[in-house]
Write a protein that binds this ligand. Sequence first.
Ligand code: GDP
Ligand code: MG
Length: 162
Amino acid sequence: ALPTLAIIGRPNVGKSTLVNRIIGKRLAVVEDRPGVTRDRVNYRAEWAGRDFMLLDTGGWEKNVTGIDLSVAQAAEAAIELSDAIILVVDATVGATSTDEQVVRLLRKSGKPVVLAANKVDGPQGELEAAALWNLGLGEPYAISALHGRGTGDLLDAALAIL
Ligand code: GDP
Ligand code: MG
């Protein structure tokens, strides 16, 4: 089986935009795997000559148990299913308590993580991205999932730990 890279993070931070960028612009979609829930969609992807599965986690906000709890539960499930993780944080918002909750889950899991500081659409956002060093996950990779800025470096880092 191919290794699985999961994209996790709070609702609205840009996870699906990042997935679309990876599979739609620079990587080929080979299959939409059947039998997965709407909350977790697996795509076959390729980067730098390596094949892997890309796991998009969505619909977390639909849970009735409250956003923070549903995020934690969905993150736990995604972490369990993955070999490595990209944690996406909205750099324009900064780290929230929900982000910190997910970071604690990631630490407990011991799974390798790369931190994506998303919505850095231009150089003026770099300072906000650097503030995310505080999450303790190492270098925040400043990206714009929307425009593609920095996503190549992020993927190189993610594949290095996958
Ligand atoms: P998800 O809930 O984490 O999957 O987030 P989405 O991918 O659905 O994105 C949520 C919103 O953020 C959408 O309006 C996106 O267009 C926007 N968005 C995502 N990435 C970026 C980015 O890099 N820059 C900006 N400015 N907006 C973004
Ligand atoms: Mg989404």
